[in-house]
Design a protein around this ligand. Structure first.
Ligand code: PRX
Length: 637
């Protein structure tokens, strides 16, 4: 076990213990103090309102603005000339924005949004690649109190349409195209297809990025650069003083049903949480260059590419393309070129770099690095050790952060900003202050140390989701019904004798494919929408690089026979309905799926077969055991 050489080997210092104690025993007083690190237009009347459980509300009555806390706050100080965003395009071009530059652009774009009639509470959808216009539009929306919903630019037109329809976005912002491994992804064309299935979007703003031809609908679609020609660099839009619980954004994420959930976050509580968790976990300061490799289309990008670093006045790096394009050392060359000091990525990326080998790393001087982070899925000890020794040269702590779209920010993570406990590869260590986590058995009893159970969070925290957009019932059912009075994240976990948490993977029908969250039901409903498919079951198969990959079992309707052509059609259908990241690695055509007598598909049996496990577990409830033999022979075990 690689244990970090930390000066203090005592398990928990008095300072850490004190902070954790205060936060849990007297949360209102604790957060009342902490929240003042941000700039508020009006201080709250109540820190936590728990009168409508589980709809907890933080900093009630407070007035705040996210764009003000990321920009105006710094522009008033010496930081106005500090670089806020370093952007590197896939082709190697570099753009830098100082806090002042960003402030100017955000104000100009905010005035455009106003001209399109966008007002406080309206939703705007952002379907953009990793270019600076994406954070600029997010901050411009926040400035005028509009709610942004960013849609990952790898998603298909159907996925985009679903999100626009659910959020009833009035405006869509996209680009002509985005670059991915040297090829152009025609985003505007995909957006046009999505718009055929939507009714709420009145206008489309298009950023010119890739230069590919696009179709512009007169009176509906506008080029950003043309619109900006008429907007002065002195434009100032007063930030709207929104209520602390005014939604800052909606971000769709996969759950256990066919349609993604619109997770929406507050402004005040979310910002306070992101501010403190970032500081506690990574402890960065003005000299740091921070690079979080996540796409802004996911929560990691929202909280730790945009809001966290900018609230702290840091320099945040954004990279447009794939980390291994055009060569496997692209990632290391970016760190060297820009002197990155804090680097945060996923275990999938680390495993990919590991496979390319350490020679690619050693071509570059990575001595600027001082802290490393991991997120999105469990990190296996081999990948942890490689990251620690080869990338960090044994000098940089690895901050393995467990959290979710719903939690807004880190929940369980080493805390370099408070006290770094000895690290254990594969464990996110202990909860951050204000997080009361536990591991429960099936029956809701605390699980003994060393045994697997379900992770639960026993107290509300400021960064928690406000709810599921338009579906309060789903919020209660998904997160607050599994165990009484506990938030249920849907993860398996284990706590060891030292009180360290080990996150062991999803306990529900959700996959983590290359750290991306994908619902098996989403893939299944895409498959059954094909006329040939009667039934489909999707499970996750362990994969040495991606953590897991989807594998599909399909029962065809009468009159259809399996063929390579049909397989390809089904794969394309998944790609078109969700996005290429959801494509199954294999499709097995079967006559029957293993089901219980009450008709439920036994996914655990499918999973055990795919993993080649000897024991398939309890089969006493199976309706027809003959299904098993066919599956075994098909899968080749
Ligand atoms: O299963 C956990 C896994 O990712 C899930 C949340 O996915 P998403 O909402 O897409 O957010 C990803 C980025 C925060 C969790 O329920 N997960 C996330 N971080 C870790 C992790 N599993 C193990 N270790 C982690 N550090």
């Amino acid at each position: 076990m690689g244990v970090l050489p930390v000066e203090e080997k005592r398990v928990i210092t008095a300072q850490m213990e004190e902070l954790r104690k205060q936060a849990l025993e007297n949360p209102e007083q604790f957060w009342d103090e902490k929240a003042r690190a941000l700039e508020w237009f009006k201080i709250w009347e109540k820190v936590l309102d728990d009168s409508q459980k589980p709809f907890f509300r933080w900093f009630v009555g407070g007035l705040i603005n996210a764009s003000y806390n990321c920009l105006d706050k710094h522009v008033k100080t010496w930081r106005k000339n500090k670089v806020a965003i370093i952007w590197e395009g896939e082709g190697g071009e570099i753009r830098k924005y100082t806090y002042r530059d960003l402030f100017v652009e955000v104000n100009r774009v905010a005035s455009l949004l106003r001209n399109f009639g966008i007002r406080e509470g309206d939703r705007i959808a952002l379907y953009l690649p990793m270019i600076p216009e994406l954070p600029i539009f997010m901050l411009a929306a926040a400035r005028i109190g509009a709610i942004h919903t960013v849609v990952f630019s790898g998603f298909s037109s159907d996925s985009l349409a679903k999100r626009i329809n659910d959020s009833k976005a009035r405006l869509l912002v996209t680009a002509d195209g985005g670059f991915r491994r040297g090829k152009i992804v025609p985003l505007k064309e995909i957006a046009d297809k999505a718009l055929e299935q939507t009714f709420s979007v009145e206008n489309v703003i298009v950023v010119k990025r890739a230069g590919n031809p696009v179709n512009m609908v007169e009176g509906r679609d506008f080029w950003l650069h043309t619109l900006l020609e008429g907007v002065s660099k002195n434009t100032y839009i007063e930030p709207v003083k929104v209520d602390s619980n005014h939604p800052l954004f909606i971000l769709y994420t996969s759950g256990t049903t066919g349609s993604p959930k619109g997770i929406y976050h507050s402004t005040g509580g979310y910002l306070v949480w992101v501010y403190w968790t970032f500081k506690w976990a990574f402890n960065l300061n003005d000299e740091d260059i921070w690079w979080c490799t996540a796409d802004i289309g996911w929560i990691t990008g929202h909280s730790y590419v945009v809001y966290g670093p900018l609230m702290h006045g840091l320099t945040t790096l954004m990279y447009e393309g794939a980390l291994d394009y055009p060569a496997p050392d692209r990632v290391w060359s970016i760190i060297e070129k820009h002197g990155v000091t804090g680097f945060y990525t996923s275990p999938t990326a680390i495993r990919m770099f590991m496979r390319y080998g350490k020679n690619w790393v050693e071509l570059h001087d990575l001595s600027s690095l001082r802290i490393l982070g991991s997120v999105g899925e469990p990190i296996n000890p081999e990948a942890w050790e490689w990251y620690f020794n080869i990338v960090g040269k044994g000098k940089c702590p690895i901050i393995d952060t467990w959290w979710q779209t719903e939690t807004g920010g880190f929940m369980i993570s080493p805390a370099a900003g408070i006290q770094l406990l000895p690290l254990k590869p594969g464990s996110a260590t202990i909860p951050l202050p204000g997080v009361e986590a536990d591991v429960y058995t099936e029956d809701g009893e605390p699980a003994p140390p060393g045994t697997q159970g379900y992770l639960v969070i026993k107290k509300p925290w400021p960064g928690m989701l406000l709810g599921v957009w338009g579906d309060p019932k789903r919020y209660i059912e998904t997160y607050w019904s599994r165990f009484p009075n506990c938030y249920y994240p849907g993860d398996y976990a284990m706590r060891d004798e030292d009180g360290y948490f080990w996150i062991l993977g999803r306990a529900d029908e959700v996959l983590k494919v290359a750290a991306h969250r994908i619902g098996t039901m989403e893939i299944e409903s895409a498959l059954v929408s094909h006329p040939a498919v009667a039934e489909a079951a999707v499970i996750g198969k362990p994969d040495p690089i991606k953590g897991e990959v989807p594998v599909a079992f399909v029962v065809l309707r009468e009159g259809y026979v399996p063929s390579l052509k049909l397989e390809e059609e089904l794969l394309n259908l998944v790609s078109e309905t969700i996005g290429p990241i959801a494509k199954p690695a294999n499709i097995f055509f079967v006559h029957k799926l293993p089901k219980t007598r009450s008709g439920k598909i036994m996914r655990r049996v499918l999973k055990a077969i795919v993993k080649g496990e000897e024991s398939l577990g309890d089969l006493s409830t199976i309706e027809d055991a003959s299904a098993i033999e066919e599956l075994k022979s098909l899968v080749g075990v």
